[in-house]
Each structure stands twice: as structure tokens, then as C-alpha cells.
Design a protein around this ligand. Structure first.
Ligand code: ADP
Length: 464
């Protein structure tokens, strides 16, 4: 293939030769004059036209190359398999094709990397904020937007970090990390939540590019820690009281009181009742921990998963009836025979009924304790009603808390641990149900449990 330089030189020689040939013909047959000038003009036009057509051909190929480059930059180029011309422009096109291939591969792999990073950041529960060297936001992930109620992440880009969270200590912390180029962490509070932030420096080979902040909401962890500390303090206190009492009476007996038969008998009775109280606190604590730590205890196999209220009640009937009889209370039980299965193991349902009915008897001096059940749209509804002392309105929201008692001394006196209702609430809610309470001081209290049952639509929804 002839190259462009040779082609253009050859063409110029050829066209000027033809022109001279035409002119010499005209000069040979016609005297010099008007016709010669006309011939000169015609020759120039022919020369010009041929050069224009040729130049146009190359300009078209160059324009095609420019269009190709534009497509490559936009990553929209479709690779061609057409045979390329072998002149300089053809070679340029061939090199460009190779360059486009490399460029497209680089762009695609970078896009893949960026997509990977985006997916990882979006899937993270921790908030991630990338800051530039002066503390302006470069990038945030979805968790940050959810944590700090950002509607449009684009508005954050370019803003100072303070725009996201207004906290002077945090701002100072970020400024120090940026200037000192040191990693570190701190806790801060915003919108009633507690967060912890880790700052990591972002560097390339020899310069700083900014900071990566990883933010975690630790409100629940702190709340659980507080609950645990309070729980341990409560348990210690609850155990210490009967133990101190036992210890005191044992010491008094050892100091000589055992000589007195009457005193000895009285003290031993107190020691026995205090140790029984210790036992019931420990039993309740063990029940709570079993329910909390082993949710499978609530799931179990199919045989343990469903129970009839009647069967569960039969298990506790002797205890409740003798307790009520001792206090002269009437027990009224209405359990329809057509009641569906409750989605809860029989032991757990018995525990719920026992705690609620025992409380009803415990806090009622005279009158009646009633257990009634019905099948409703929400599931099986169990109501335990009494005509007892009632609960003050301000305590109603707290009675399900561990160790909460309306009247501490009285509850202790009648053998309460303060854990019974929290056990009931736990069991009911873990099985997908709920419990409510209504009470009137001096008139009585009514606890209502809504328990998912085998045949209701609600239950089908829960099981899905
Ligand atoms: P306790 O072992 O002290 O009875 P619970 O957790 O079972 O602990 O109950 C918490 C508190 O709720 C009780 O101390 C009592 O003050 C109140 N309470 C529970 N049930 C009744 C009821 N049926 N009538 C009146 N007060 C009740």
C-alpha cells in the first residue's frame, strides 16, 4: 500500500503534468491569447477539484477518527473488525483501536471496583464518612444517611463535617486527627443516641488524602450494659436481704438463743421462710435466664409447641385452689371446650397462668379470682381478673419491669420476688402475643393475654 505522502506528491505531479499537457496542446493549435488564458483557468479548476476531492477523502477519515476518540472517552465505543487501510491514517486507526481496548478494560475494571466498594459501603451497618485533607465530606454511605436523617446524600458532598453532626468535641477530634494524621476514636451523643467514631487516616504513597470515619450507634449496647449493671445490683440486693436476715438469726441462736425453746422455734421458722424466699428468687431468676438465653425452649418440637389452656390450667389447679381456699377466696374458671391450640408449650402456658393467678390470689383479701378464655380474631384471649387491692395508675407501666413492686415491703412479706410479671411478659411476647393490664385501686385488677393460636389467620401470618 502506498503511503499518503507519496500519494499526494504523485498526485500533484500528475495533475500539474496534465495541466501542462492541456496548455501545450492549446498553445500548439491556437495563437497565444484569450484561449490560452481560458485553458489556464480550466486547468486550475480541474487541478483544484482533484485536490479538493482527495483532501476531502482524508478529512473524512480524520473526522471519523475524532468521532471514534469521543466514543472511546464516553466508554461507548463498539469495536470494529473491518480491515483497516495500510497508510498512515490506517496505522493511526489501528493504534487507536488498541489504545481503546486497553482504556476500556481499565475503565471497566475501575467501574467494577467502584461498584464493589459501593456495595460494601451500602451493606455496612456502620456509617462511613470520607473526608478530604481539610475536613470536607467526599463520600458517605447509606447508614450515615439513616443515622443522621439525611434525605439527599449529594447535598453533603463538599460540606464541612460539622454540617452532618454539630458537636464541638467531635469537630475538634476530627480537626486534630487531620492535622496530626493520627488514628483514634471517641464517643459522642446526637439526637438522643450514643455513637462511637473511629478515625483512620487516608494516605497515598507520600501524602495525606484525608480521613475515613467509621461511626457506630452504640445506644442499645450502652442501654443493655446499664440494664445489666442495674440487674446485678438488684439481684445482689434481693439476695442480700434474706441472707442478712438468716445470718442474723443464726448468730443470735449461736449466741445462746437456741437454749430458749420458744425463741429457737420462732427463729428457725424465720430462717426457713427466708431460705424459701431465696429459693423462689433463684428459681425465678433461673426461669428468666432460661427464657432469655434459650429461645428454642419456646419453639421446641411440634408436640411441645401447642397447648390447650384447659390442660395447662389443670397442672396448676391444685396449687391455686389450695392457696385461694386458705384465703377464703372463690375461684371461677371459664374455659370453652372448643378453644383452639395456643402456640406455646404447655409448661410455659402453665407458668403464665400460675404467675397471674397466684398474684391475683396474693393481692386479693376477699372476693373472687376469675380465669376466662375466648377465641378471637387476634388469637386466644386469656383474662385473669380479681377483686383485690388494685394497682395505682402511675405504676401500671412499670409492673412488668424486673424487681418492680408497688409496695416492696408488702410484696416481700407475702413471698413476692418482683420477677413474676416480667417472666409472664417475656413468655407471652416471645410467643408472638401481648399482655395488657387494667386496674382500679381498691376494686381489682385484670390482666389480658392475647396469644397466637393454631388456627387463626394472625398466627398463619406470624408463622410465615
Ligand atoms: P411479685 O413477686 O412482687 O408479685 P410480680 O412481678 O409478679 O412480682 O408483680 C409486680 C408487682 O405488681 C407486685 O409487687 C404487685 O405490686 C403488682 N401486682 C401484680 N399483680 C397484681 C394484682 N393482681 N393485684 C395487685 N397488684 C398486683
Amino acid at each position: 500500500m502506498i503511503n499518503i505522502r507519496t500519494k499526494l506528491t504523485g498526485l500533484a505531479i500528475l495533475v500539474s503534468g496534465i495541466s501542462f499537457f492541456v496548455l501545450s496542446l492549446i498553445a500548439k493549435y491556437e495563437p497565444l491569447g484569450l484561449k490560452f488564458s481560458l485553458g489556464l483557468i480550466v486547468a486550475q479548476i480541474v487541478f483544484g477539484m482533484i485536490m479538493y476531492i482527495y483532501a476531502n477523502m482524508y478529512v473524512n477519515r480524520i473526522e471519523k477518527l475524532i468521532a471514534k476518540i469521543e466514543l472511546i472517552i464516553k466508554d461507548e465505543y463498539q469495536f470494529e473488525t473491518l480491515p483497516l487501510k495500510q497508510d498512515e491514517l490506517g496505522r493511526l486507526e489501528e493504534e487507536l483501536e488498541k489504545l481503546a481496548q486497553q482504556y476500556t478494560e481499565i475503565i471497566r475494571s475501575e467501574k467494577k471496583e467502584a461498584y464493589k466498594i459501593h456495595t460494601i459501603l451500602s451493606g455496612m451497618k456502620e456509617g462511613v464518612v470520607i473526608l478530604d485533607q481539610v475536613g470536607r465530606i467526599v463520600l458517605t454511605n447509606t447508614a450515615v444517611e439513616e443515622m443522621f436523617f439525611v434525605r439527599n446524600r449529594k447535598v453533603l458532598v463538599g460540606k464541612h463535617f460539622m454540617y452532618l453532626v454539630r458537636d464541638n468535641h467531635l469537630d475538634q477530634f476530627v480537626a486534630e486527627r487531620l492535622s496530626e494524621q493520627k488514628e483514634g476514636s471517641m464517643e459522642f451523643q446526637a439526637w438522643d443516641h450514643i455513637y462511637t467514631v473511629w478515625a483512620n487516616t487516608l494516605n497515598d504513597e507520600n501524602s495525606s488524602l484525608g480521613l475515613v470515619l467509621v461511626i457506630r450507634d452504640i445506644t442499645d449496647i450502652r442501654r443493655l450494659e446499664k440494664m445489666r449493671t442495674e440487674f446485678v445490683a438488684n439481684v445482689s440486693h434481693e439476695l442480700r436481704t434474706p441472707l442478712t436476715s438468716i445470718n442474723g438469726f443464726v448468730e443470735t441462736l449461736l449466741d445462746g438463743a437456741s437454749e430458749d425453746k420458744e425463741l429457737r422455734g420462732r427463729f428457725l421458722n424465720i430462717i426457713q421462710s427466708e431460705s424459701l424466699r431465696l429459693k423462689s428468687i433463684i428459681d425465678d431468676l433461673l426461669t428468666l435466664s432460661r427464657i432469655e438465653n434459650k429461645p428454642q425452649a419456646l419453639k421446641g418440637d411440634a408436640a411441645q409447641k401447642f397447648s390447650f389452656v384447659q390442660n395447662a390450667y389443670e397442672k396448676i389447679r391444685p396449687v391455686i385452689e389450695s392457696y385461694a381456699q386458705a384465703k377464703g377466696l372463690e375461684i371461677k374458671v371459664e374455659i370453652p371446650t372448643e378453644l383452639p391450640y395456643v402456640l406455646m408449650g404447655e409448661d410455659l402456658l402453665s407458668q403464665v397462668l400460675l404467675n397471674l393467678m397466684e398474684n391475683a390470689v396474693k393481692y386479693t383479701l376477699s372476693g373472687q379470682v376469675a380465669l376466662s378464655c375466648s377465641a378471637e380474631e387476634e388469637g386466644v384471649v386469656i383474662v385473669v381478673r380479681d377483686t383485690g387491692c388494685g394497682i395505682p395508675q402511675e405504676s401500671l407501666s412499670r409492673i412488668f419491669e424486673r424487681f418492680y413492686r408497688v409496695d416492696k415491703a408488702r410484696s416481700r412479706e407475702i413471698g413476692g420476688t418482683g420477677l413474676g410479671l416480667s417472666i409472664v411478659k417475656h413468655i407471652v411476647e416471645d410467643s408472638g402475643g401481648r399482655i395488657t393490664v387494667s386496674s382500679e385501686l381498691g376494686k381489682g385488677t385484670s390482666f389480658t393475654c392475647y396469644l397466637p393460636c393454631f388456627s387463626s389467620d394472625i398466627v398463619k401470618g406470624n408463622r410465615k
